[in-house]
Design a protein around this ligand. Structure first.
Ligand code: ADP
Ligand code: MG
Length: 342
């Protein structure tokens, strides 16, 4: 549904210095009905990417296809028509204070010249769709943050777009409201089959609703793939972002090792559970105890970052050799394992 090929955007330098390469040859494919997350630090190129997708910014090179149409090659009325296929949701809905929720939702339809009756019918559909029934005649000042964002989402969906671009839609919301809004977005995808691109800096958002995710750094794709794949790949940069590091254990008299592991369908020897880490240690005459850890199951696959305290069977500290052999074995099973800094 969304296909980016060699998408590149270079801004001329302010004041004649080096030009700024905001996007540097991005290739990306997002299938219809997918929720795809774009993550990256400030300055990575996320906003520029969104602006290229909406046609607000012309790429220096490359194509931006939405449902087969190259947005980058369009101008004027053609571009305006293509843009109707794209809905936008922002961090702040920026509603018009003087208008009710319903009239805010209907605003884009009014601009598009849709007649009064048709507009009213569509707005009432949208009010139900986003769960705002009973609130449609309220003004923004009478709505909660979550309700305001529901209005923003309904407004983004007013023209029945095929793609919904969400730019930090929950960054201004409390955790409980965030969950409700994410559940709504997922539900809308399920019911409407809409494709969602979710720009966010919150890894919890990615964990909760994204099917796939791309990490941008300095305008380049550093890692991209299905959520279960990137989360369970301990060698990629996203797994450590997605799975928080457990707090380090204190007051332990044993050698402690950090292990990042995850099931890998392509490697039958890959460590897929924390129990396996313990069992493998027994083969080296060692007793491994999980002393800290974050274990999650993402898309049915266990992913973990755990710390193990290692001792010999007789409770003496594990030898250098035993530890080295154990770590080597784990490495061969796809685990990123190293002795914790003490
Ligand atoms: N209009 C512009 N002119 C010059 N440089 C820009 C412009 N817009 C963005 N940039 C630069 O491009 C890079 C990417 O910016 P941006 O897309 O806003 O990143 P993000 O949204 O991930 O924080 C940054 O180095 C930023 O300074
Ligand atoms: Mg930005």
């Amino acid at each position: 549904m969304i296909t980016l090929e060699d998408l590149t955007k270079v801004f001329p330098a302010p004041g004649g210095g080096d030009p700024v390469v905001a996007l540097d040859g991005i290739d990306l494919e997002v299938g219809a009905g997918q929720i795809h997350g774009i993550v990256g630090r400030s300055g990575a190129g996320k906003s520029t990417l969104i602006r290229c997708l909406t046609g607000l910014e012309k790429p220096t090179r490359g194509s931006v296809k939405i449902d087969g149409t190259d947005i980058a090659a369009l101008d004027g009325p053609e571009l305006r028509a293509a843009r109707r296929e794209i809905g936008m949701v922002f961090q702040h809905a920026n509603l018009l204070d003087s208008r009710t929720a319903a009239r805010n939702i209907g605003h884009p339809l009014e601009i598009a010249g849709i007649g009064r009756e048709k507009r009213a019918a569509r707005v009432s559909e949208l009010v139900d769709l986003v769960g705002l029934g009973g609130r449609e005649h309220n003004h923004p000042a009478q709505l909660s943050g979550g309700q305001i964002q529901r209005v923003g989402i309904a407004r983004g969906l007013a023209a029945e777009p095929k793609v919904l671009l969400c730019d930090e839609p929950t960054s201004a919301l409390d955790p409980a409201t965030t969950r409700q809004i994410l559940a709504l977005i997922r539900d809308l995808r399920d019911r409407l089959g809409i494709t969602v691109l979710m720009i966010t800096h919150e890894m919890s958002v990615v964990r909760e609703i994204c099917d796939s995710v791309t990490l941008l750094e300095d305008g380049r794709v550093v890692q991209s793939g299905a959520l279960a794949d990137v989360a369970s790949d301990p060698h990629g940069p996203l797994s450590s972002e997605l799975i928080p590091l457990p707090p380090a254990p204190t007051g332990i008299s044993a050698r402690v090792v950090d292990c990042d592991y995850g099931a890998d369908p392509e490697n039958p020897r890959a460590v897929a559970t924390s129990e396996e880490l313990v069992r493998i240690a027994e083969g080296y005459g060692a007793r491994a105890q999980i002393v800290a850890g974050t274990i999650e199951t993402i898309a049915g696959r266990q992913v973990g970052r755990v710390q193990l305290a290692l001792r010999n069977e007789d409770d003496t500290p594990i030898t250098e050799k035993g530890l080295a052999e154990y770590l080597r074995d784990l490495e061969s099973r796809g685990v990123v394992a190293k002795e914790a800094a003490s």
